[in-house]
Design a protein around this ligand. Structure first.
Ligand SMILES: *Cc1c(COP(=O)(O)O)cnc(C)c1O
Length: 432
């Protein structure tokens, strides 16, 4: 398989090259030139995710320098459980796919661990600098996955005052090869800075920049794998094709799911839940895509006004009618968390709450016509200051999250300006 840029002005790349480059040199995003044809009938959805992913993703790695390493990369990256649970005893047609049992409590652990495992095995002679913009969860996952690896340094940009207290701790607590940079601006400013650093060829070459945001195709492959596994598991158990409801920000998970469906996996209707950032909803309703400034919401990892993976959706030929988009306001997020806790004791994080809210908006016939999988993308402890007052009790951290509280933290602060970022990159290069 070769990967080509969505903008058509960059040479085709092998998978390893695409992972190494992050974005394509013409500023576009890498996409498979042709979708690999794979026979999923042989892949056992009951196998542990590491084994399942290695089998499912094999056609993407066929002929690539990393092909032989794929089983080890998957086994190492996916060593935590990914349960499907029934959050409402009275609603057996709805299952939550809990994606938050990794070391930083959000589904970004899948992509970050997989990608760092790939970087580690690319055989580079000088460490790559992984430059990421984070709206909250990516940075922590990347920092954790990069810590202690000799083949990578990580520089993580996060918007000042826009991440939760625990998220900030989790962005700033990793070892010497991970630098957290607080940016005076919002997530879109961080994302713009990262894009301009990549577009600056001398800067990018000097620091051997690469990306672990979902512009990197390697971030999406694990999401493809767990979505496929959940779909095949539900189909094996029920004989039916499940629909998916997922929270959407930069559209990484959304794209991975659409790709999985395009590959022929048993995936029915796809409902994308957003917070008050309405770019996707407006595209869905009007057919026109118009980037907007992001607005801050309770589901901050989805505060994106210009979802970068939209470019990939267009390339895949996705039309507004191929998905459903539901916009969920902060007030609705709060009501959903409270109501579901009172009804069943299940605690959603604000992002996951958008998905159940979107599911509740389906008609009764739609909800009952098939099984549905709702992605639960973060552990509620990460958003304790939002969730606890709504449910009237404390949320306990997982042991992995509790361990983060004991670590020392370190960050530097810059304006939303490329020169300031270039300076930070040089300092990091000199220090680690
Ligand atoms: C990143 C994130 C999302 C949004 O995912 P995208 O792939 O960017 O659309 C949703 N929920 C949580 C908890 C996240 O961290």
């Amino acid at each position: 398989m070769k990967l080509i840029s969505t903008r058509g002005q960059a040479p085709a790349a092998s998978l390893s090259e695409a992972l190494r480059n992050g974005a394509a040199p013409d500023g576009g995003l890498y996409m498979p030139d042709v979708l690999p044809s794979a026979d999923f009938a042989d892949v056992d959805p009951q196998a542990p995710l590491g084994e399942f992913a290695a089998q499912l993703l094999q056609p993407f790695f066929a002929g690539d320098a990393l092909e032989a390493e794929l089983p080890a990369i998957c086994a190492e990256a996916f060593d935590f459980p990914v349960p499907l649970v029934t959050p409402h005893p009275g609603e057996p047609r709805l299952q939550a796919l809990e994606l938050f049992h990794g070391p930083t409590g959000a589904f970004k652990d899948f992509g970050a661990r997989f990608l760092m495992g790939c970087f580690d095995r690319l055989g580079v002679d000088q460490p790559l600098t992984v430059l990421v913009a984070t709206s909250g969860d990516t940075g922590g996952a990347v920092g954790c996955a990069a810590e202690g690896r000799s083949a990578v340094r990580a520089v993580i940009l996060f918007p000042k005052g826009r991440v939760s207290p625990f998220q900030e701790r989790q962005l700033t607590c990793w070892g010497d090869n991970v630098l957290a940079v607080e940016v005076d601006g919002d997530f879109d400013d961080c994302q713009r800075l990262v894009k301009s650093a990549f577009a600056n060829a001398p800067l990018s070459a000097e620091h051997r920049l690469t990306s672990a945001n979902s512009i990197n195709f390697g971030r999406l492959l694990p999401q493809l794998a767990y979505s496929a596994r959940a779909a095949l598991q539900v189909r094996a158990a029920t004989g039916e094709t499940p629909g998916f409801v997922i929270p959407s920000g930069n559209l990484g998970q959304g794209f991975a799911l659409l790709l999985a469906r395009a590959l022929g996996l048993p995936i029915g209707p796809i409902v994308l839940a957003t917070n008050a950032n309405r770019t996707l909803k407006d595209w869905h309703d009007s057919g026109r895509y118009e980037a907007r400034a992001s607005v801050a919401t309770l589901a901050n990892a989805m505060d994106v006004g210009n979802p970068s993976n939209f470019e990939r959706l267009s390339q895949l030929g996705v039309q507004p009618g191929d998905v459903r988009v539901e916009l969920v306001t902060d007030a609705e997020i709060e009501r959903r968390i409270k109501a579901d806790y009172e009804a069943s004791g299940y605690v959603w994080c604000p992002h996951s709450a958008t998905t159940v809210e979107a599911w509740c908006r389906l008609s009764e016939a739609e909800r009952n016509e098939r099984p549905w999988i709702a992605a639960a993308t973060a552990h509620p402890y990460k958003f304790a200051e939002i969730v606890e007052p709504l449910i009237g009790r404390e949320v306990a951290p997982t042991p992995a999250l509790a361990a983060i509280l004991d670590r020392p933290t370190r960050k530097i602060r810059i304006g939303a300006d490329l020169n300031a970022l270039a300076e930070a990159l040089s300092e990091q290069e000199a220090a680690a």
